[in-house]
Design a protein around this ligand. Structure first.
Ligand code: GLU
Length: 480
């Protein structure tokens, strides 16, 4: 395995799908595990599906996730260019080779004829497969017609009888009868190759050792194997990854949740958590460990531990992993990630020291980075409203009295830390002959505007004496 060269070959049709991230990650992990190279190749031979900005977007998502490539667009190596639309001459030369070897043929069928054929076959409940109408046109005649400008495609000549067997590192031996394979178009009438030709030519010329991709490409692999044979080339190893499933076991779809890597990034998931999560969608280390930084994934990854069956995308698992990876980060690291979000909200006037105190207090309680904004607003601004439910439950006619007294006690404190705040509150409770809860709940509502949160005394310590007193005063005015 010294010369592992693997690739991720997305089509630029939009964003990076989490399934794409998994494919990229497994390729990357195998390469790094063996000291090999990870290549990104853009497969844009279907120009009609091309989306402006998609290449930049894919590359940015990979970069964010830390799945860095060794060769690819913008990082040219000796096997470039790495964008298929810039390699058309290479494909044309290879199609010519196949034509001359009799492994491919010109097809002059019009799209009307093909539509009719498909319709007839569908009506007769037959497989919709090309009837090989042009396969018998003599090569010289076909070459002349093509050269004279007659519209054409080029098709593979699939053997008429027999079967093909190839090995897949995950599924084992796969056998398929030739008769169910179509004489696949390899060069379209617009002069672009189809995926099937381009992928084989590029994987060979780029010396790809392992083709690791989604299971949806398994049915195409026999055609690819035939093309390797037609060219007389050695096969790479194939590994087809199990499907990603929704919790109801249907194929993972946008309808049941986010599928774009950038959505998870925007929501405030850590790249470490997303990578850890995605790694486990179809792979496991063979033991009970679940929390894996990227370096450990590289160390442990092997194709042998990839599952055969589909993997359910379980968002609770991702949330849990995000919390675990959040705990692994120190306050400085978290601050660097959270600061831009706070700034965006306009909370720019707070010191880093203050923001770190908030982070330290909240880091065990939040799930995603954006919770440091949404769940922590009261650390940065006075509450504008008070939670109705908490108010109904905890605010009584006596609360006014209690809080008035508390405010005085707090203002008299020389040291405003959690311990002295708590002591002051307990002594007030004793004076009123009530349990501490009678004071804590309305106080929390006054201070934060909500009925839940971290330790109230620590929260107040972070907020400071002045802010705490102001909020009690505000609440007394507003709640009565
Ligand atoms: N271009 C294909 C895709 O969009 C790549 C399939 C392969 O890896 O061979 O997924």
């Amino acid at each position: 395995m010294n010369s592992v060269r693997v690739r991720f070959a997305p089509s630029p049709t939009g964003y990076l799908h989490v399934g794409g991230l998994r494919t990229a990650l497994y390729n990357f992990l195998l390469a790094k595990h063996h000291g090999g190279s990870f290549i990104v190749r853009i497969e844009d031979t279907d120009q009609s599906r091309k989306v402006e900005g998609a290449i930049e977007n894919l590359i940015e998502s990979l970069r964010w996730a830390g799945v860095e490539f060794d060769e690819g667009p913008g990082k040219e190596g000796k096997y470039g260019p790495y964008i298929q639309s810039q390699r058309l001459k290479i494909y044309h030369d290879h199609v010519q080779r196949l034509l001359e070897k009799g492994e491919a043929y010109y097809c002059f069928c019009t799209s009307e004829r093909l539509d009719q054929l498909r319709k007839k076959q569908a009506e007769a409940k037959e497989a919709t497969i090309y009837d090989r109408h042009c396969r018998t046109i003599p090569f010289d005649e076909a070459t002349k017609r093509a050269a004279s400008g007659e519209q054409h495609t080029v098709r593979m000549k699939i053997p008429l009888d027999g079967e093909l067997t190839f090995n897949d590192l995950i599924r084992g031996k796969v056998t398929i009868a030739y008769k169910i394979l179509d004489d696949q178009v390899i060069l379209k009438s617009d002069g672009f190759p189809t995926y099937h030709l381009a992928v084989v030519v590029d994987d060979h010329l780029m010396e790809i050792s392992h083709v690791i991709r989604g299971e949806e490409w398994l049915p195409s692999t026999p055609k690819h194997v035939l093309l390797y044979k037609a060219f007389g080339w050695e096969l790479p190893q194939f590994a087809h990854l199990p499907l990603l499933l929704n919790p109801d076991k249907s194929k993972l779809s946008k309808r049941q949740g986010d599928v774009a890597v950038e959505d998870y990034r925007t929501k405030g998931y850590l790249k470490e958590a997303l990578i850890n999560f995605v790694a486990f969608l179809g792979w496991n280390p063979g033991d009970e460990r679940e929390i894996f930084p990227l370096a450990d994934l590289i160390k442990e990854f092997s194709i042998e531990h990839i599952n055969k069956s589909g993997s359910v995308f379980n968002i609770e698992k991702l949330n849990w992993l995000n919390q675990q990876h959040m705990k692994l980060k120190n306050e400085n690291d978290l601050l660097a990630l959270v600061k831009p979000l706070l700034d965006e909200r306009g909370w720019t006037s707070f010191s880093d020291e203050y923001r770190k105190q908030v982070i330290a207090l909240m880091k065990e309680r939040v799930v995603v980075l954006s919770d440091f904004v949404t769940e922590c607003a009261y650390f940065y601004e006075d509450p504008a409203t008070y939670d109705e439910k908490a108010k109904a439950k905890n605010w009584t006619a006596d609360s006014l009295n209690y809080l008035q007294k508390l405010k005085e006690k707090f203002e008299a404190l020389n040291v405003f830390d959690a311990a002295s705040i708590e002591a002051a509150l307990r002594s007030a409770a004793e004076e009123f002959h009530v349990g501490a809860g009678k004071l804590i709940h309305p106080l929390r509502l006054a201070i934060s505007g909500v009925g839940h949160g971290p330790s109230l005394f620590h929260m107040m310590e972070v907020l400071g004496k002045e802010t705490s007193a102001r909020r009690i005063r505000l609440a007394l005015e507003r709640l009565h």
